[in-house]
Structures are given as structure tokens and as C-alpha cells.
Design a protein around this ligand. Sequence first.
Ligand SMILES: *Cc1c(COP(=O)(O)O)cnc(C)c1O
Length: 356
Amino acid sequence: MTRPILVTIHAAALQHNYRLAKRCAPCSQAFAVIKANAYGHGLLRVATALAEADGFALLEIEQALRLRQAGFRQPILLLEGVFSADELPLCAEQDLMPVLHTPQQLEWLAAAPVTRPLAVGLKLNCGMNRLGFLVEQAGEWLARLRALPQVSAVTLVGHFATADMPQFGIDWQWQRFQTASAGLVAPVSLANSAAIIDYPACHADWVRPGLMLYGASPFAERTAQALGLQPAMTLSSQIIGTQTLAAGAVVGYGGAFRAEQPMRIGTVACGYADGYPRHAPSGTPVLVAGQRTRLIGRVSMDMLAVDLTALPQADVGAPVELWGTQLPIDEVATAAGTISYELMCAVAPRVPVREG
Ligand SMILES: *Cc1c(COP(=O)(O)O)cnc(C)c1O
């Protein structure tokens, strides 16, 4: 018997969620965003489950090459572009689509000895102020790019900073993009998951769903279930020990939790070295034997404690779900003061993965 912690990836949920994104944006093609090891779900595992995707988007050229070697022929968008000039001939040869977001990247491209011209993204800063050229200068940069023999096609790429916050929305960026790009004839890609769900007007030619593919909600106020999404990851383990506490006893490092009355607690084989957030406080929901209970005390490197007082039948070997099909990852993330994105991406390499 191995250590009981396990992450289960639900391929059918990935497919369901991709199709839901496509139904939200029926006139657009979709780059399935599989950066960060597909948000912790496994690059090739997710690409295989989403073989029907119109395209993929990720960061590192090495990961894009893994997709090509595995036989994926779709467009692959490199969301941060290239990091050195020598990546450009490889992009051309392997038909990868880097975004260009700095003058330096354009200089590299203009000097690149490419065997055939490549499709690129022109990354535009519409107010997020993270990457890209000022959207008001889109026309100039587009003309410069189109004049290069190295370039076969240009897609305009923007990103929304507050699509997940209905109180701010996207209008402040969307208006600016529309005004600045009026008259430019080029395919456009703007929408992340939140914009795909809430703002059909900005779907344009290519949408870029990330989080929603993995079955979590980009919105604080709406659950994944209410959006029709299915969780693609379950992190599970087991109770590996129990303790009976007298009133006043403390639990774990720092004695951070103190029992007010006699209690029974269980120790779960899952800690921050598995990717469970160390900052999750006492009270964070945990599912034991299908019933909700709460985390107590500090999360250790390899273990955490749960309250079993109301679960007398739960003993060593009882199944524990940290998040997944029965306990939404968004709830755990909120309790821990973070977002589901971070929890998914943080699942540690030492946790065995299976599909199911
Ligand atoms: C990560 C990312 C996405 C996907 O965002 P989600 O909120 O996960 O849907 C889309 N576009 C860019 C540029 C990104 O970096």
C-alpha cells in the first residue's frame, strides 16, 4: 500500500467544460489554455482529453514542442512570446505562434533566419499594464509586422484585468480596444474564462478559456456548479491516525488550535508539501467519509488534522477529499484566502496522479 494521497483527473469533465466554453462562444475558435502544466492537471493528459480543441495556449516553447512531438497539429499560442532570438526559427519550423510584446522581440523577428513565415500575435496593452504595446499604437506595430517577410499572419491579442469582477467589468478596456483598433483588419483574441461567460460582445475570433476548463469559477459570487462546470481535479487522501483530546489540549505545530471540550480528531496524509495551502485556517472545509468537517490547527508539511467529533464511524482508512467532485475547490480556496487557480497549480509532483 502506498501513501494514500492521490490526485484524480476527470477527463470527461475537461471535455464537458471545453464544450461549455464553445457553447458560450459559438462563433469563436478557442485556444485551450494549458500553461502551468495545464493548471496542475498535466500538460499531455489535458491536451489528449481536449484533442478536439481548436488550439492551445501556453508559455514555454519546450512544452509547445512536447505537444508537437505528441502529434498535436493545432495552432499553439505562446502567451509570453519568445525569450531569446534563437527560439524564432524553431517557432517557424514547428508552426508555433508567439505573441510579440516588446520592440526587442520585433527586432529579433526582423533579423530571424526563418525557413518559412510564421503567424504571430501582436500583444496589446489595453489598460492592464502587464504586457504589450499601447493599444493606441496597434496600427503602427501591425503595419511594421506585416512588412516583415518573416510574418505570414497577425492576430491582435489583448487581456482583461477585471472580467471576473462584475462591479468593474470589461467596458473600460473593451471600449479602448475598439476605438484604437477601429479600421484594422486582423483576427482578434481577448476573452479569458470570465469574459467568455459574461461578455459575448468581446468573444471575437479566438477565445482563451483557462480556469473554466478545469471546472472552477472565476467569479467570487457564482459557483462553478451554477455555471454548469464540472470539477476536473479531485485531491484525496485518507485518515492515517486518530487522537482523543481532553478539553484544553492543543493540536499541531504552535499549539495553534485548542480544544474547548473533549474531541476526537483525525490526521490526514496531506500537507503543504503535497500542495495543500499552509495558510488554510482552522475551519477550512474538508470532506471525511463523504461528510463535511473542518480542518483544525496548522497544516504541517505532510499532514493536517480534521475534526472527527461528529463522525464517530470515521477511523483510520476513512476516505478524505481535500477538494474535488464533492467539495468545490473554490470553497477551499476562499477559506484559505486564495483562488482556485493557485491551489490547482500548486499540487506537488510527489502526489501520484490517476485518471478517472
Ligand atoms: C492565463 C491566461 C488566460 C486564461 O485565463 P483564465 O482566467 O484561466 O480563463 C487567458 N489569456 C492569457 C493571456 C492568460 O495569461
